[in-house]
Design a protein around this ligand. Structure first.
Ligand code: GDP
Length: 293
């Protein structure tokens, strides 16, 4: 197909999507419901309402030092800027250890995400651009924590609705990291979120946080409970993570890379692929995110 034809086709598809989106929003407005209840399934390929501009995906070396640039905090999808880069979103209950994980994962000396002493305080999306010496890689989206008990039901519903809107509508979203506290059993809202991710056909990893707080036998038990709740048995369970000890940091980076790059690795060769991971010493279990889907 010629370029001009392709362009026109894309343009008309986007117009159609916007129309369909407006219609759906109208319907949703008239039918109040629990914000986490799965809704009618939609076509992932049509998810072009926000962040629809060209996504530049490239492979990268997980071991290469990364730079992170704070792009801003946003409180609505309408004001959320779009970038020609794929997004990785971090999602979890308030106090699950999301800010700590982000600081650990990015290895920033200056805290990248504020480790909150007041859970549920912020309902902002914080955006960070991740790059290495070869250029930009992706955008990290630190989503507001859900399920903070001290917030009113209405406020909680507002946050959950906001999260769902982002997950359903953000075309640039390529991978979601769903954080669950390894000490707690699977929480209803976490399962609700994984339901949304499944329904939307989104690529995601389940990460069990704060594993340093559990004794090995307890941890094994909790990981297996989480694995069965999230149906991750075949994938080897959730990825154990500790921001305190750094356990799981490298496996998570590898999961993010697979989430972003997928099968591009084998085609590209170069710095991508299994060879870079040979001989690595890492406390965390390996984790094949492709098996999750
Ligand atoms: P957020 O609300 O999800 O961003 O959670 P935070 O990162 O602010 O963490 C909530 C609390 O859990 C803080 O007191 C952290 O110090 C603590 N925490 C977070 N991650 C870990 C971890 O891996 N191990 C331990 N022992 N504590 C953690």
């Amino acid at each position: 197909m010629k370029k001009a034809e392709q362009f026109l086709k894309k343009k008309s598809i986007n117009k159609e999507n916007k129309k369909a989106y407006k219609l759906r929003k109208e319907e949703e407005k008239n039918a109040p419901r629990d914000a986490l209840t799965p809704q009618v399934s939609k076509n992932f390929g049509q998810k072009t309402i926000w962040g629809q501009n060209i996504i530049e995906v490239r492979s990268f070396n997980v071991d290469k030092p990364k730079k992170f640039e704070f792009l801003g905090s946003f409180d609505s999808l309408e004001t959320l800027p779009t970038y020609p880069l794929p997004e990785i979103a971090f999602l979890g209950r308030s106090n699950v250890g999301k800010s700590s994980l982000l600081n650990c994962l990015t290895g920033q000396h200056k805290a990248l995400a504020v480790v909150s002493k007041t859970p549920g305080r912020t309902q902002l999306m914080n955006l960070f651009k991740c790059s290495d010496s070869d250029g930009d890689i992706c955008i990290f989206v630190d989503l507001p924590g859900y399920g903070f008990a001290k917030l009113s039901r209405e406020k909680q519903g507002e946050i959950a609705g906001f999260l769902r809107q982002y997950l359903e509508g953000r075309g640039a979203l390529r991978h979601v990291v769903l954080l669950v506290d390894s000490r707690r059993g699977p929480q209803e809202q976490d399962l609700g979120m994984s339901g949304v991710l499944e329904r939307e056909g989104l690529d995601y990893s389940v990460v069990a946080t704060k594993v340093d707080k559990l004794k090995p036998a307890e941890l094994e038990q909790q990981l297996s409970t989480l694995a069965s709740a999230f149906e991750l048995e075949e994938a080897g369970g959730p990825l154990p993570f500790s921001s305190t000890t750094g356990t799981g940091k490298k496996p998570l980076w590898r999961a993010l890379k697979r989430g972003l790059v997928g099968l591009m690795d084998s085609a590209e060769g170069g710095d991508a692929g299994a060879h870079e991971e040979e001989g690595e010493v890492d406390g965390g279990a390996d984790y094949d995110v492709e098996d999750l889907l």
